[in-house]
Design a protein around this ligand. Structure first.
Ligand SMILES: *Cc1c(COP(=O)(O)O)cnc(C)c1O
Length: 492
């Protein structure tokens, strides 16, 4: 047996359920009816539905096999930069599944929902302490949704000051969702190039900031995995011109218990609970992107707000300056419960330690691999490090080839070709939940792959070879999805 992780085991083919079914198979054994069959009017039955006939074992094997074609954090290391695919402790799943919590009806009167409102209220307070900001809305359902809410808050703030502004500064090291969220609110994104160190230059911000600019949206740590060192100077420049500072805090996993967003000069910040605070995520959800704001911006937060009067919790809609509702009910409640449970189980010291280890692990990988992979910004990184394929180009090997080869060795590839400002980028985020042995094995594997690039480049060009499917045409899949399968036997 190979010691290598990889996919060397049985990968069973699996047809579609429609092709697997055989007329007459059933999924349960019940006694033959001993009463006469009653006629049911055809209109009650409706049109016949073509469900396949299957046994219980057919169904169980079908879904179990499909699940084995998947790769997740629970199957192996998933160093997808910017996404924080860390292990999510199972206790948080368990708390979210508590029947009294999972089954609580969202339309219960406040007086009958004190327990769930308390969870929401206390989570708001925890997130305020964690970010250093004053007030929190838990409604947004994702990071990008938090950004959109933040932009609505910018808009409402400027309106309340009598003059609407039209532009917003967005560094080239910001996440791609930032300009999209700003544009959705009608702002024109003004790009701000970063300097040779991957940092924002306050002088450049000063030259671009004017009274028609609503503010700046910056990602910190930025998408190069670097900490914006001059963030306070930049915030002061933006504030002096009446603008606001938006902090994209999706990468909070690097700085829990370490930075105070308010003291950095940030007015609005979103967190990605699904990344930092224990929710299995991917493929578009589930998520939660709470927004945290300074006291001055609190009146603009979405309603209803979860507030406490004396000892009772209630939902407060009476906020005339609010941007309104951004999500049904209380947001993505199950994700909020996981975050609450995660924060309580980690404690203040535990959260800080998690960030310290996330940063240590990324720096360890950076140092171990910088002799074999080109490191465009050679300085201490935060929770992720960014390499490029510059040194592999002489063998006509690019980042995608190395990423696909990693699959053969049993790893989910890192983020590739992002951030855009690094040509052929490979962005590795190990997270704090990988132990040193596993990180060492990952490093050794990438070293092997860089050797293969020189000695057997065709291995990389043909990778992945040990998977169920090879290199898929990703564009075709997005442009003309085929939902039933080309040949109908489910085997590609
Ligand atoms: C992941 C991420 C986002 C977007 O978050 P979603 O929940 O996917 O919408 C925004 N900014 C940064 C820096 C991110 O890493």
């Amino acid at each position: 047996m190979s010691e290598q992780l990889g996919t060397s085991g049985l990968i069973l083919n699996e047809p579609l359920l429609w092709h697997k079914g055989k007329p007459g198979r059933i999924g349960m054994s019940i006694p033959t009816s001993d009463v006469p069959a009653a006629a049911i009017a055809a209109e009650l039955l409706g049109p016949a539905v073509d469900f396949p006939d299957l046994s219980e074992v057919d169904v169980v094997r079908h879904y179990t096999r499909l699940s084995q074609w998947n790769f997740g954090v629970d199957s192996g290391m998933y160093p997808l930069g910017s996404c924080t695919m860390k292990y999510n402790p199972k206790t948080n799943e368990r708390q979210a599944a508590t029947p009294e919590i999972a089954g609580a009806h969202p339309m219960l009167a406040d007086t009958l929902a004190q327990g769930t409102l308390r969870i929401l209220f206390e989570l708001q307070q925890f997130l305020a302490v964690i970010t250093g900001l004053d007030a929190v809305s838990l409604q947004p359902a994702a990071g990008a949704h938090g950004e959109l809410t933040g932009m609505l808050i910018f808009h409402a703030y400027h309106r309340s000051h009598g003059a609407q502004r039209h532009k917003i500064l967005i560094p080239d090291t910001a996440h791609g969702t930032n300009p999209a969220s700003a544009a959705l609110c009608g702002y024109k994104a003004v790009p701000v190039p970063s300097d040779a160190q991957g940092m924002l230059d306050p002088a450049l911000v000063a030259s671009l900031m004017d009274e028609d600019t609503a503010g700046i949206m910056l990602t910190n740590p930025n998408t190069l995995g670097l900490f914006e060192e001059r963030i306070r100077e930049i915030a002061a420049i933006v504030h002096a011109k009446g603008g606001l500072v938006y902090g994209d805090g999706a990468n909070m996993n690097a700085v829990l218990g370490v930075i105070d967003a308010k003291r950095c000069g940030i007015d609005v910040l979103h967190l990605n609970l699904h990344k930092t605070f224990s929710t299995p995520h991917g493929g578009g959800g589930p998520g939660a992107g709470p927004v945290c704001v300074t006291r001055a911006l609190e009146p603009f937060l979405p309603v209803p707000r979860v507030v406490m009067d004396g000892t009772a919790y209630r939902l407060d809609d009476d906020q005339p300056q609010s941007v309104g509702r951004v999500h049904a009910f209380h947001g993505n409640f199950g994700v909020l419960v996981r975050a609450y449970s995660y924060i309580l189980s980690m404690g203040e010291a535990g959260l800080k330690r998690a960030s310290q280890l996330a940063v240590l692990n990324a720096n360890y990988i950076k140092e171990q691999l910088k002799d074999v992979l080109h490191l465009p910004y050679d300085r201490p990184c935060m929770h992720e490090c960014v390499f490029s394929d510059l040194w592999q180009q002489e063998y006509k090997i690019s980042t995608v080839d190395m990423a696909k080869r990693l699959i053969d060795y049993g790893y989910h590839p890192p983020t590739i070709y992002f951030p855009l400002i690094v040509h052929g980028a490979m962005m590795i985020e190990p997270t704090e939940t990988e132990c040193k042995d596993d990180i060492d094995q990952f490093i050794a594997t990438l070293k092997t792959i860089t050797q293969e690039a020189a000695t057997a480049p065709e291995l990389l060009r043909q990778a992945p070879q040990r998977t169920k499917v090879r290199r898929l045409d990703e564009v075709l899949a997005a442009r003309s999805p085929c939902l039933i399968g080309p040949s109908g036997d489910g085997d590609q």
